[in-house]
Design a protein around this ligand. Structure first.
Ligand code: URA
Length: 245
């Protein structure tokens, strides 16, 4: 519940003082009843507030966008029939319904966006927008250059040939090699299946970036809200027409 004049100000009607004035003038109705008392409380989700017979609509500030560094051992889902911990349980989310944009495997760490904005989620995941996803990837052994070329050109991962990927060797030792991999698709377990196809299984995988949004210094398990600019930048690359409002 929220004081009426505060709610009106939130909706962009004007300053609180201006809203108090409008209420005093008898121009504001809540659920069809005129309100002139200043302390009146409204429920922004259920009450209909009008000014001069026109409904005051909420600005789109009820949209939620957050960025989680998903730890390993947590499932990217809002419910798991096998009782495994979900990302929402992990962050202890008690707010309105949000869900993950795309998914990371149980054993994959890294950047995961959660939102209640269905259009945003749809556009972000739509293959036609080819939003870049960057992974830090440790694989067993030392892949040969010709196999890395196959990954770069596109490789059959079982019924699907991937589009060209950026695959950059960052370091290696006797047991394993570390790569930065950038793909523009999001097939199920794609990076793992790409390296499986050249017989160098992934032993550690972390998503570092989606579009221009980076994981930054968030530790596994930590989360934060996205800024308005970050949301707008993502909307620009994933569709162009949507704007945060
Ligand atoms: N590719 C994978 O193999 N796993 C993920 O979680 C994401 C991309």
């Amino acid at each position: 519940m929220m004081r009426l004049q505060k709610y009106m100000a939130h909706c962009g009607v004007g300053s609180r003082r201006k809203c108090e004035e409008l209420i005093r003038q008898g121009r504001v109705f809540v659920n069809g009843s005129q309100v002139t008392e200043m302390g009146t409380l409204v429920d922004p989700n259920n009450d209909v507030v009008t000014l001069d017979q026109k409904q005051i609509l909420k600005l789109n500030n009820d949209k939620i966008y957050l960025l989680l560094n998903k730890p390993r051992g947590v499932i990217t889902s809002v419910f798991d029939p096998f009782g495994r911990k979900t990302v929402l349980e992990h962050i202890g989310w008690k707010g309105s319904r949000i869900y993950p944009v795309g998914r990371l495997d149980y054993d994959t760490e890294g950047l995961l966006i959660l939102t209640n904005d269905g259009e945003f989620a749809y556009e972000m995941m739509h293959p036609k927008h080819r939003v870049e996803k960057e992974y830090y990837c440790v694989v067993k052994g030392s892949p040969k250059p010709e196999n890395l070329s196959r990954l770069r050109q596109g490789i059959d991962i079982g019924g699907f040939v991937t589009s060209p990927a950026e695959v950059t060797l960052l370091s290696k030792n006797k047991e394993s090699s570390v790569f930065r991999v950038v793909i523009k698709e999001g097939k199920n377990r794609q990076v793992r299946r790409m390296f499986d196809a050249i017989n160098h299984p992934v032993v550690y995988l972390r998503r570092e970036r989606i579009g221009n949004l980076r994981l930054g210094s968030l530790k596994p398990g930590q989360w934060r809200y996205l800024s308005e600019k970050e949301v707008n930048d993502l909307k620009r690359i994933s569709g162009g027409s949507m704007q945060y409002d």
